[in-house]
Design a protein around this ligand. Structure first.
Ligand code: PL3
Ligand code: FE2
Ligand code: FE2
Length: 231
């Protein structure tokens, strides 16, 4: 469905829209909440970048508040239990890696995978959002690029020593993203967002990030499509 047509046709007050929004809104609120906690954890693991990472954590708290306001504006109660379930595997993997001091894995999960997922989702959402949510999301997505950039810069500076761990963490975690996308496909469509567009935008962001870090084109292709065929 062309997104321009969708934006004219969407009834933001309908039962169907608000029902789908109760899950998508919750996912975004939970994602921002976990992102805040993940950057606080990263600040402990990377004392040299502590202040910068605590700054990113603060931005994530603001994002959460912004998206909570989007739900309130549509008189939607976010289904937070659904959202915690949605993030459980990825969140569990971050926490395991953090407990083991595997900072490269933590950065891949939060600053590359989750930020690229957020950037793709927000970019696809902006043209079909209600006016209130559009303004909030436009402000948020600008910040997310700076979070992605933090991960890129750190991993680029430590590329040789990080490469093997990045490969393993990508193999373990990227397939989870395709599963998560499949879970939200139906609700996202009701909001006017197309799954193929989400996958495409994610692969562009993630592939660019891997390339900036130092992977060859061949590696980028292999890594960014990991587990996609099975999804
Ligand atoms: C990190 O800063 C934020 C993490 C949030 C993850 C968002 C994933 C979103 C997937 C569902 C797409 C819907 C987007 C709609 C926005 C209200
Ligand atoms: Fe965020
Ligand atoms: Fe972020």
């Amino acid at each position: 469905m062309p997104q321009l047509e969708a934006s004219v046709a969407i009834d933001f007050r309908s039962e169907a829209y608000r029902d789908a929004y109760s899950r998508i809104n919750a996912i975004v609120i939970e994602g921002e909440k976990e992102a805040n906690e993940n950057y606080v954890k990263l600040a402990e693991l990377l004392p040299d970048s502590k202040d910068q990472l605590l700054g990113l954590a603060k931005m994530e708290s603001r994002h959460r508040k912004g998206f909570e306001a989007c739900g309130r504006n549509l008189e939607v109660t976010p289904d937070m239990e659904f959202a915690q379930e949605f993030f459980a595997s990825l969140h569990g993997n971050f926490q395991k890696a953090a407990a083991a001091g595997r900072v490269v894995t933590c950065l891949l999960i939060q600053s590359l995978i989750i930020e690229c997922f957020a950037i793709a989702a927000y970019n696809i959402y902006i043209p079909v959002a209600d006016d209130f949510a559009r303004k909030i999301t436009e402000g948020v997505v600008k910040d997310e690029y700076s979070h992605l950039n933090f991960g890129e810069e750190w991993l680029k500076a430590n590329f040789d020593s990080s490469k093997a761990e990045l490969e393993a963490a990508n193999r373990e975690n990227l397939p989870l993203v395709w599963q998560m996308l499949n879970q939200v496909e139906g609700d996202a469509r009701i909001l006017g967002m197309d799954k193929d567009a989400l996958v495409e935008d994610f692969m562009i962001q993630y592939g660019e990030a891997l390339s900036n870090i130092g992977f060859t084109t061949r590696d980028v292709m292999r890594l960014s499509a990991m587990g996609l065929a099975a999804a």
